[in-house]
Design a protein around this ligand. Structure first.
Ligand code: NAD
Length: 234
């Protein structure tokens, strides 16, 4: 991979799996116990807000206990040392990229360490529970919800992502199943725009065939190895 200057990296739940955060597909994990339609849709929130708030309070508290792993650390090193443009677009709502030290991170599905006030549209930093309907620190209304993008809602910052894909020489997808759109379509957008494409995942994803190259194994092994290769080129 020569002549690479601008890199877009898409990450999914697989990059945080070895930190102990369940992916959708973890056997016996969270998503076997809760159906996405019961807890991760606007309709679910309207129907049973206590269930949805309790679910996200549980996840927010669990994520706080987790630590970045070698894959997050390697990506933070690449972010710090890569001389060209670089953007980490994550589908994860955890903050493990940032806690590893990465700065150029965009959370397209929202994040757990902010809440969203549906009364005044502010996004205050948040670390505690929401189940007791605390007042918004900005406007005082009891209208805070998790700042996460639910199924059926528009992902955040799509224009910035499209612009970065336009400029990308290399698109890398890490730890994502290729099942959730629009993120699953980025590889085809990137290809059409002329970028080289690489998949790093535990196993072939649903979109593996769209990548120029795919490497399979645990993120804690294959991501640091790839970052070493990239920094040797820099
Ligand atoms: P997913 O669960 O659908 O797929 C995870 C992928 O990671 C799978 O292809 C799996 O083979 C791979 N994987 C598992 N362990 C791995 C490892 N150790 N190393 C490398 N790859 C590994 O997750 P997704 O594609 O991110 O699904 C999309 C949705 O899941 C997103 O909307 C995201 O918001 C949500 N989600 C987020 C988190 C989180 O914040 N950490 C956790 C679960 C789900």
């Amino acid at each position: 991979m020569t002549n690479i200057r601008n890199i877009v990296i898409l990450t999914g739940a697989g990059v945080s799996a070895e930190s102990g955060i369940d992916t959708f597909r973890t056997a016996g994990g969270l998503w076997e116990r809760y159906k996405p339609e019961d807890v991760a849709t606007p309709e679910a929130f309207a129907r049973d807000p206590d269930l949805v708030l309790a679910f996200y309070d549980m996840r927010r508290a669990a994520i706080r206990e987790k630590q970045p792993n070698l894959a997050h650390e390697a990506l933070a090193r690449l972010d710090a040392e890569w001389p060209g443009e670089l953007l980490i677009v994550t589908q994860n709502v955890d903050d493990l990229h940032e806690r590893a030290g990465a700065r150029r991170v965009l959370h397209m599905h929202g994040q757990h360490h902010t809440a969203w006030c549906t009364a005044c549209d502010s996004r205050p930093a948040w670390s505690g529970p929401l189940i007791h309907r605390p007042p918004c620190p900005e406007c005082g209304e009891a209208a805070l919800r998790p700042d996460v993008v639910w199924f059926g809602e528009m992902p955040y910052r799509m224009e910035e992502i499209a612009a970065a894909l336009h400029e990308a020489d290399l698109f890398v997808s890490i730890g994502t199943s290729g099942a959730v759109y629009p993120a699953a379509g980025f590889v085809r957008n990137a290809r059409e725009l002329g970028a080289a494409t690489l998949e790093l995942n535990l196993e072939p994803s649903q979109g593996s065939r769209w990548f120029d190259e795919a490497r399979h194994g645990p993120a804690s092994e294959i991501v640091p190895a790839w970052v070493d290769e990239m920094l040797a080129l820099a």
